[in-house]
Design a protein around this ligand. Structure first.
Ligand code: ZN
Ligand code: ZN
Length: 261
């Protein structure tokens, strides 16, 4: 196990080249410019319709919690780090985060947030182009919602990082205790066997409702029915993966060292 761990971790660090870093810096700069542009276009609407703006802002936070969970679930459950592009960009970081939870706390601001800035640029530009002043209520709402969503998508990696710190800054500790951002103990449920719930990593408000709805097991059955793939097969091996499928109680495999997290 330790051999695999080290190979994976060194491969991860090798993947973080100066070119990747320049790409991340450029993404952060462009993202910031797009957010200023979108914010400037939204501002008259915010003044005229503050409650609508606040509603869009709150819904954007909840939507970011869902998006973070859905992307995280997809990366944890399907595919392999060897897949081109998406394997390196998305699947590998999540798999390796399970092997070394603390690695994320050693990432600086640029490495933590560059990727999420990049994926947010497209939606941000679209929203800025479609926002045409406060007259069009739906356009304004959609623009404000998108502003909020991509703001919190950016913050997601930061909140996730803080949830792995033993001693986060006092103000962060306060926000975690009040569950206004992802709390540490709440996120540790995801890092505990059988590792098949609590995927949302922005604030985690959706984790319990999605668990009760059996949302991800339903999605897994759907994807399996369509593709024939076994969820988590690449990650934990076919035997353990089959044990976790469907309505098997998570406790039945909780004791197995199925996944190296
Ligand atoms: Zn995970
Ligand atoms: Zn984590």
């Amino acid at each position: 196990m330790s051999v695999i761990q080290q190979r994976d971790m060194s491969a991860l660090r090798e993947g973080y080249s100066p070119a990747v870093r320049r790409f991340e810096i450029a993404s952060i700069v462009i993202y910031t410019a797009v957010m200023v542009w979108l914010g400037w276009k939204l501002w008259p609407g915010v003044m005229q319709r503050p409650w609508l703006a606040l509603t869009a802002f709150m819904l954007g936070y909840i939507a970011a919690d869902f998006v973070s969970g859905f992307v995280h679930w997809a990366a944890d459950t399907w595919g392999t780090p060897e897949w081109p592009v998406i394997g390196k960009a998305l699947i590998r970081p999540f798999r390796e985060h399970h092997v070394d939870q603390k690695e994320i706390t050693r990432h600086d601001f640029i490495e933590t947030n560059g990727n999420n800035c990049f994926i947010s640029i497209g939606p941000g530009v679209m929203a800025a182009l479609l926002t045409q002043g406060p007259a069009l209520t739906f356009n304004f709402f959609a623009g404000a919602f998108t502003f909020s969503l991509i703001l919190w998508v950016l913050m997601t990696n930061q909140f996730h990082k803080w949830s792995h710190m033993d001693e986060p800054p006092p103000v962060i500790d306060f926000l975690q205790r009040w569950h206004l951002i992802l709390p540490r103990d709440h996120h540790q449920i995801h890092h505990t066997a059988p590792y098949v719930s609590h995927y949302s990593i922005t604030v985690g408000w959706l984790n319990e409702p999605l668990l009760k709805m059996r949302f991800y097991p339903m999605m897994e059955r759907l994807v399996s029915a369509i593709t024939g793939l076994v969820p988590r097969e690449d990650d934990i091996g076919k035997k353990a993966a089959l044990l976790l499928i469907d309505d098997k109680a998570p406790e039945s495999v909780a004791g197995e060292p199925a996944k190296s997290k």
